[in-house]
Design a binder for this molecule. Sequence first.
Ligand code: SAH
Ligand code: SF4
Ligand code: F3S
Length: 470
Amino acid sequence: MNRTTPVIPQEDIQRQREYCAEIRAYNSQLAGAPTAYVDTYGCQQNEADSELIRGMLTEMGYEMTDTDKDADVIVINTCAIREHAEQRVLGNVGALVHGKRRKPSQIICLCGCMAQEAHVAEKLRKSYRHVDLVFGPHALWKFPELLRRVYLRRGRVFETENSDGAIAEGLPVRRSGKVKAWVSIMYGCNNFCTYCIVPYVRGRERSREPEVIVEEIRQLVAEGYKDITLLGQNVNSYGKDLGEGLEFPDLLERAAAIPGEFLLRFMTSHPKDATEKLFDVMARCEKVAPVIHLPFQSGNTRVLQAMNRRYTREQYLDKVRVLRERIPDVVLTSDVIVGFPGETTQEFEDTLSLIEEVRFDALFTFLYSPRKGTPAAEMPDPMPKEEKSANFNRLVETQNLISLEKHQAYIGTVQRCLVDGESEDPRNNLNARTPGGRLVHLKGDPALVGRFVDVKIVDCSTWALFGELL
Ligand code: SAH
Ligand code: SF4
Ligand code: F3S
């Protein structure tokens, strides 16, 4: 086996840290620390990237704020997965022009998946002239250098060149929480589902070294983190590029062997690569949470084929059967797309019947959104919008009933929950998660945040459980 993972040389990372020091020295001469605001759209991968951006900004001497108002640097980390997400970003970025008029020294940066789309970069160049710096996910590691270039040049900087991507280790990170943490184990995607933009903007699959990942988790556990999610677009492809024969279940097992009280989760698993070996490790390792997100996208084999998902309806159902044999009380969640080009209402009925058969604990439902440059965007799409919406609504109603019934089954049980934060609701001031990740509202001492407690479930809604501390 050959190793194909490209890695950014440590000297190059070191140079970024020198740029950080340079900007920090400049910032320290100002009256009062300058401020920075980072706004994040999209998936957990983007959340994790924003923690790196905040880490770099902190090292450059910026203080983080939670509003764009009067911030010295604004970073918008964007998502390109659906048209709606892009419109929201463009609307919000457009509105920043007023703040910049009040404070012309303000630097506005746009990064993330949208920045990697050529037509978006072009639009920003032409019509969003108040945006100073645009860089894609591939250039994230050199953010300090790019920001420095903006300062020196007093002009706009675009770093959006396409790339297969590489791995950057050793960047500073500033995590948002104290209880839950993200750990990226790999980047990119090789699957090219025909509707999806991710492989075009995030590059090819590449895995971090297992030793580096395990060490990062060990460190997080030592710092008191209790809930650690391993991230990748398809974690089941982990390690293929490392050429060591190490697979995702092996990594999971190594991570679960780290001493301490914590839970491990992972996202996302492509069903075609979710193996019995994975299910066995989940069943065997107490520290691996009994939950899996296994997107099925469609319940119809012809549509699955047109989506290039590389499994059939029957194969998906079979995986679920084996999974539940190994872990009977597993929490199973999924993603589904309604209105894929050419999907008929008859084919959609197969999606409905699949969710009735599987009975997912929760489902993320999406209306198909054409993405420029993907094969599906070129496919004939004759179904009227109204019919798609009607199908979509039927799906949501069916799932809501299932989610409610699933939650009702928790009533009267005792769950070992991790209290992961405070809520705004004074009647139930704490939020917690069951081992399977279901949200529980309860009342208790805020000092319990970060602790595992026994909770009796007393009530529920479609979206959450309500519990009492034992
Ligand atoms: N890598 C993950 C998914 C990342 S995107 C996986 O393969 O499971 C999250 C979800 O967004 C997808 O599972 C899919 O349901 C949805 N999605 C992706 N592209 C979409 C599009 N063009 N239109 C509508 N939904 C889409
Ligand atoms: Fe997109 Fe498919 Fe890759 Fe998931 S596996 S990121 S849906 S191309
Ligand atoms: Fe969006 Fe990029 Fe994630 S497109 S869903 S932020 S990988």
